[in-house]
Design a protein around this ligand. Structure first.
Ligand code: CA
Ligand code: CA
Length: 346
């Protein structure tokens, strides 16, 4: 017990030091490392920058949180998948070519969102910031803030920029934004099953271990107050800083959560008798931003956890974990990657 307390005090000591020193740093630049070297893409590949995910059957799901159950055996066809999360540079190419304006860059129609305070009608996004103190229990509004002017170009607000952060995963991307990018590429968003099979990298049985992974960008310490950054990054990391999985995919676990094409439905939970106060969607809403735009559309499944996943709050640094995400709400821990399924694969 003494060792544990010492370690805990150490974490808090680190927090106080780091919270002072980090005030000078841009909000999205927890690390000084701006790029990580990827192995060169195979020029002979028909789809450089993507890897082939073979067909297979596997036990989809997990048993840590209610929404992951039941585990069921499913079959997946082969497909190509981006080996990294989509980066700021890649998304900028799309915007430059098409003139696309993301959802977070558009003001909301006050007639359709009459319940929202005026500030939330202005274009913006939800940004994580480490609180100085917790005064209201586990209320996530203490670390998630709606920031007017935050979007993919300005991840922490109007005074921040992605200059020098081209190799970082793009964030503040909603479902419509990700789908528009994928269509521009001639790609699709992965289904949840495709994403999970790719993250398993050939492991067909549900994993017996649920420990926090060492080789991924997650949160070490007590969320949301103390982050020891043992993995090298307190915030986002450039893509490809950790070893790829057996299929050659980087950062499937951690860094940013990744959007999928699947609508999140709570029906699977209704028989589990594990419904929670929050509509039964999720027994642990620590990572989920408060419902800033409740009157808007549905939710999509997001996968893999993020740099905010910690053992004390959100053990979602696993292939089988999942979480609902409001379709039209941009948040600072969410990105995506695309797939390509050749015609005739069956
Ligand atoms: Ca980290
Ligand atoms: Ca990821």
């Amino acid at each position: 017990m003494g060792g544990f307390l010492t370690a805990l005090l150490g974490l808090y000591a680190w927090f106080f030091v780091s919270s002072h020193s980090s005030k000078q740093a841009p909000a999205n630049s927890a690390s000084l490392k701006l790029t990580c070297e990827l192995p060169s893409a195979n020029a002979a590949s028909p789809r450089p920058g993507m890897v082939w995910i073979p067909e297979g059957k596997f036990d989809m799901g997990d048993t840590v949180y209610a929404e992951e159950k039941p585990v069921r055996n499913i079959k997946i066809k082969g497909f190509w998948m981006d080996r990294t999360e989509v980066t700021n540079d890649e998304f900028a190419s799309f915007v430059k070519a098409t003139g696309y304006v993301t959802i977070a860059e558009r003001n909301l129609d006050p007639l359709k969102h009459a319940q929202l305070p005026a500030d939330m009608l202005k274009a913006g996004a939800v940004v994580f910031s480490m609180p100085a103190a917790l005064k209201n229990g586990d209320d996530p509004s203490q670390w998630w803030k709606y920031v007017v002017g935050a979007n993919w170009r300005h991840p922490a607000g109007p005074n921040t920029s992605i200059e020098k952060y081209g190799s970082f995963p793009v964030v503040h991307i909603t479902y419509a934004d990700a789908k528009a990018y994928a269509q521009w590429k001639g790609h699709q968003l992965p289904t949840e099953a495709q994403w999970e099979w790719a993250a398993r990298a050939g492991a067909k049985e549900m994993p017996s271990q649920h420990d926090q992974p060492a080789g991924a960008n997650t949160w070490q310490g007590i969320f949301p107050m103390a982050n020891s950054s043992e993995d090298g990054f307190a915030g986002l990391a450039p893509v490809g800083c950790y070893a790829p999985n057996a299929y050659g995919l980087f950062d499937m676990i951690g860094n940013v959560w990744e959007l999928t094409a699947d609508v999140f439905v709570a029906n699977r939970l209704e028989n589990s008798q594990l419904r929670t106060k929050d509509q039964g969607l999720d027994p642990d809403d620590a990572q989920r931003p408060p419902a800033f735009k409740q009157a808007t559309g549905g939710a999509r499944v997001i996968k893999g956890g993020s740099f905010l996943c910690a053992p004390n709050y959100c053990m979602r640094y696993r292939a089988g974990s999942r979480q609902p995400q409001e379709e039209d709400l941009a948040v600072s821990h969410l990105g995506f990657r695309t797939i390509y399924q050749p015609a005739g694969i069956n």
